[in-house]
Design a protein around this ligand. Structure first.
Ligand code: FAD
Length: 377
């Protein structure tokens, strides 16, 4: 019996579990280590932040998926790996041995430095798995704000996550507290928003931000929270009452303490087969993997890697040859604008409309339904 250990219940591992549910293998015992029984699906996060669906609508039922795949689920987090003796240590003290292992543990971000007291309220966007706790805490604080006040909300990070979440969050806050005047601002470290998108999607996003009453400030890298706002790397003070911290993804800090080969951002280096460089039988996929060429940190890549990872994990269990994964040349990105519309972006092509938002919601609902049994509300 080969021991296959899946670490993290990210998007790619959802496909691996689905593959083993559809085609069970009596020679492979699967253990899933997940820090939660429900996993966040990134695509639905903007709709949830905008108040258009419940948290539960955005989550994959990991426990049910494991049951269908006949996998053992351990609810804890991995915090160390011994690549020679082939075991991982869990936060709950357990040790789990493996023949073949796979990481799909997502990413986090570098939190802001904090100088002084009376700092602005904050919402740190990653890790996604605990975003709901931070969002609930912020909503409670917003409930206590005085009527007729002016609240300036600043997103630090001009990528898709920063733009999209600021528009969604503003939509929700405006509807929750219409008695408050809300102003939005976005700080982008690069000279333009969405640096990896084409001209038209970028232009449409900027137009949507302006419509939502959000001003864009480019070439400003937010560094720290200070009294009354944000301090940028070049010493500017940006006034803010609430800060959304949505800077670039980085790997989980504990990965840098292991023998895994990690890059500067602590992402695990993998070959084109998704096997970790120099470590036979250990794989990584999704945000935590450093693929060559470098891929954006977007759920869609984890999704695309999933079925291929499932095949290569089976091959690895039997010592068969692995096959390379080919990343898609272009992917479709759908960015909600918080007003019941969305922007579709693929390469240089960009489209917008209410129908794009409805289309995105249908795609996301289908994705969630694929992995979840029907649940009671
Ligand atoms: C606010 C926001 C909005 C976004 N919106 C979109 C979007 O609309 N579309 C899109 O494509 N991308 C979006 N992204 C990016 C997207 O979230 C990530 O690229 C995607 O989630 C990565 O998927 P993954 O499978 O690699 O990891 P994840 O989906 O992050 O899954 C990793 C899982 O591993 C678990 N885990 C972590 N550490 C451990 C551990 N040590 N032990 C055990 N389990 C662990 C986590 O709890 C989690 O369940 C967004 C990101 C943010 C921050």
């Amino acid at each position: 019996m080969k021991q296959l250990v899946l670490m993290g219940a990210g998007h790619a591992h959802a496909f691996v579990l689905e593959a083993f549910a559809k085609q069970p293998d009596p020679g492979i015992a699967i253990t899933v280590i997940s820090d939660a029984p429900l996993a966040a699906y990134s695509g639905s996060v903007p709709a949830w932040l905008a108040g258009e669906c419940t948290l539960r609508d955005t989550q994959i039922d990991v426990a049910a998926l494991c049951q269908r795949a006949n996998a053992r689920l351990l609810l804890s987090s991995v915090n160390a790996i011994n690549t020679r003796a082939r075991y991982v240590n869990l936060a709950n003290g357990e040790r789990v041995y493996f023949d073949v292992a796979s990481f799909n543990i997502g990413s986090t971000l570098t939190p802001p430095q904090r100088h002084g007291e009376n700092l602005p309220k904050q919402l740190i966007m990653r890790p996604l798995s605990s975003l709901h706790e931070r969002w609930q805490a912020l909503l409670k604080e917003v409930d206590r704000l005085p009527s007729h006040s002016l609240q300036r909300i600043t997103a630090v990070g001009g990528g898709a996550a920063g733009c999209e979440t600021l528009m969604s969050v503003l939509a929700q806050l405006r509807s929750q507290r219409p008695d408050i005047e809300w102003q939005g601002k976005i700080l982008s470290a690069s000279s333009q928003l969405l640096p990896s998108a084409g001209y038209l999607p970028r232009w449409l996003t900027r137009r949507a931000l302006v419509k939502a009453g959000i001003s864009v400030h480019s070439s400003l890298r937010g560094e720290a929270l200070i009294e009354g706002g944000v301090l940028t790397q070049n010493g500017k003070h940006i006034v803010a009452d609430i800060v959304l911290w949505a800077t670039g993804a980085v790997g989980h800090p504990w990965l840098a303490t292991t023998a895994l080969p990690v890059d500067k951002q602590r992402f695990i280096r993998v070959e084109n087969t998704l096997e970790v460089t120099g470590l036979a039988g250990i794989f990584a996929a999704g945000d935590c993997a450093a693929f060559t060429p470098r891929l954006p940190n977007a759920g869609v890549y984890a999704v695309r890697m999933g079925p291929h990872l499932a095949n290569n994990l089976r091959h690895a269990c039997y010592g068969d040859a692995l096959t390379p994964w080919q990343p898609p040349k272009r992917v479709l990105a759908l960015i909600g604008t918080g007003n019941g519309h969305a922007i579709a972006s693929r390469g240089v092509v960009g489209l917008t409309g209410k129908w794009v938002w409805e289309w995105k919601k249908r795609i996301d609902a289908r994705f969630i339904a694929r992995f979840n049994p029907p649940f009671e509300r």
